[in-house]
Structure formats: structure tokens, C-alpha cells
Design a protein around this ligand. Structure first.
Ligand code: ATP
Length: 239
């Protein structure tokens, strides 16, 4: 479904990604594990059309090239990003934030049905639909961000460190919701430092270190690999 080959990104003299190739199959959940600064967010931003890579890379989505397309065109094709820090509008209500997500032409005609699905997935958002997002907890705000991305009826949902800043109990709840999203057939590409819980819902994973992919395997293999826990992710693996 998503095929990335030979991706490199420079920020001035700093090489953020180098020689990155990866795949996500239809219906698959893939997690990208890596420490702070390893290039995880940059990867998602390139796919979403927000950062331009060096010449020589290719990104294919459902057999069409994505590189060179504008961010809104990529969203229109079914690739949605839940950015780190969530990118929601705090002064707007839950419902207003969600409806902003129904931006792609493809999703507009199904707006009411998609909103009902999001409220099914997150009953708390239904209860609080008229509440300004600024007054909600971190976990609830993350739900709004995910719900808004789902309003675009994505085929591939990308999440940038969704567990960041959440209490452990909320991280558990969040990943239960992501497991439900996965069961609905949407492919997931999740960037995380939280090794154990992200692998628990993933099919496969990659390890990113200083901008390069240094390992990959099935979620079960990576979860059992002591080097994943220690060499790459240090104490973050216990988070
Ligand atoms: P984190 O987990 O801390 O969010 P990350 O793995 O997502 O990290 P990136 O945000 O992709 O990492 O950043 C990779 C590297 O590129 C870092 O060293 C970062 O400082 C650098 N970088 C990111 N964005 C820019 C930018 N706009 N200009 C210059 N350097 C940048």
C-alpha cells in the first residue's frame, strides 16, 4: 500500500534521514521505533507532504507516486496524519474540531456517518461535543486529534507519538482504541518510543537510529529482542 524507497532528508547540514526504505501493506499496522531525534517525525512529515526530501527518493501509495504532491492532495488520497502535539484548535469545540477533519471531497458526503463512527469509538467525545477542546484533559485532546483524522476517512492513518504526555492508564485506553481502528481495516503507521504497548498492536516494526533503519521484524520478534529494549531505546522501553 505504502512503498518508500531510498528516502533522505537534510535540514541544512544536518542529515535527518538517510537511505530509508519501508513498506506498509493494506490493513497492516507498522510501528517505527526510535529514540528522540532519530528522525521519526521527519519521516511522517515527508509522507504527509510537509517536508521535502532529497532528490532520488520514491514514495508510492496505492501504486501512485506521492512525492511532489501537496499535503491536501495526499490527504485526499487517504493518508492522514495525527501530528505530535495534536494540532487541534483549543478554542473550538470538540464537534467543530472533528468537522474540520472532513475536509477531503471524498469524506464530505459521508460526514454524518463518519461523525457517528467517531462518537461510537470515543463515547466521551459524544458527551462533550460542545465543550471547547482547551478545557479537556490530555487524553481527551488526543482522542479529538485521532477522531479528526478519522473524519477524513483515511486508508492509512499515521500517528506521531500518540502516547506522549499521557498517564499510563490513558496510554492503555488509547492503544485499545487504536486496536479497534486497526480492526476496521485502516492501515496504521505509528511512530513511538513506547516499545511494549505499540508492538502489542502492531504486525511489524522498524528501528530507526540517527536517521537510518537499523532493524526490522515482526512485532513478536522485536518484542522479544533484548537489543530493541536496551541498545536502541534505553529506559524509554519501560515507559
Ligand atoms: P522526537 O522523538 O524527539 O520527536 P524524532 O525521532 O521525531 O524525535 P525528528 O523530529 O524527525 O526526530 O528530528 C530528527 C532530527 O532533525 C533532529 O536532530 C532534529 O533536531 C532535526 N530537525 C527536525 N526538524 C528540523 C528543522 N525544521 N530544522 C532543523 N533541524 C530539524
Amino acid at each position: 500500500m505504502l512503498e518508500i524507497r531510498n528516502l533522505a532528508v537534510d535540514y541544512g547540514k544536518h542529515v535527518a534521514l538517510q537511505g530509508v526504505s519501508l513498506d506498509v501493506a493494506e490493513g497492516e499496522t507498522v510501528v517505527m521505533l526510535g529514540a528522540n531525534g532519530s528522525g521519526k517525525s521527519t519521516l511522517l512529515k515527508v509522507i504527509a507532504g510537509l517536508v521535502r526530501p532529497r532528490e532520488g527518493a520514491s514514495i508510492g501509495f496505492l501504486d501512485a507516486p506521492l512525492l511532489g504532491r501537496k499535503a491536501h492532495e495526499i490527504l485526499e488520497r487517504g493518508v492522514a496524519l495525527v501530528p505530535e502535539g495534536r494540532g487541534i484548535f483549543p478554542e473550538l469545540t470538540v464537534a467543530e474540531n472533528l468537522l474540520l477533519g472532513a475536509y477531503p471531497r471524498r469524506a464530505r458526503s459521508d460526514e454524518a456517518a463518519n461523525l457517528a463512527k467517531v462518537f461510537d469509538l470515543f463515547p466521551r467525545l459524544a458527551e462533550r461535543r460542545r465543550q471547547p477542546v482547551a478545557t479537556m484533559s490530555g487524553g481527551e485532546q488526543q482522542m479529538v486529534a485521532i477522531g479528526r483524522a478519522l473524519m477524513s476517512a483515511p486508508r492509512l492513518l499515521m500517528l506521531d507519538e500518540p502516547s506522549l504526555g499521557l498517564a499510563p492508564v490513558l496510554v492503555g485506553e488509547l492503544f485499545e482504541v487504536l486496536a479497534t481502528v486497526r480492526e476496521s481495516g485502516i492501515s496504521l503507521l505509528i511512530v513511538e518510543q513506547n516499545v511494549r504497548i505499540s508492538l502489542s498492536i502492531a504486525d511489524r516494526g522498524y528501528l530507526l537510529e540517527a536517521g537510518r533503519i537499523v532493524g526490522e521484524g515482526s512485532a513478536a520478534t522485536l518484542a522479544d529482542d533484548p537489543s530493541v529494549q536496551h541498545a536502541f531505546l534505553g529506559v524509554a522501553s519501560d515507559a
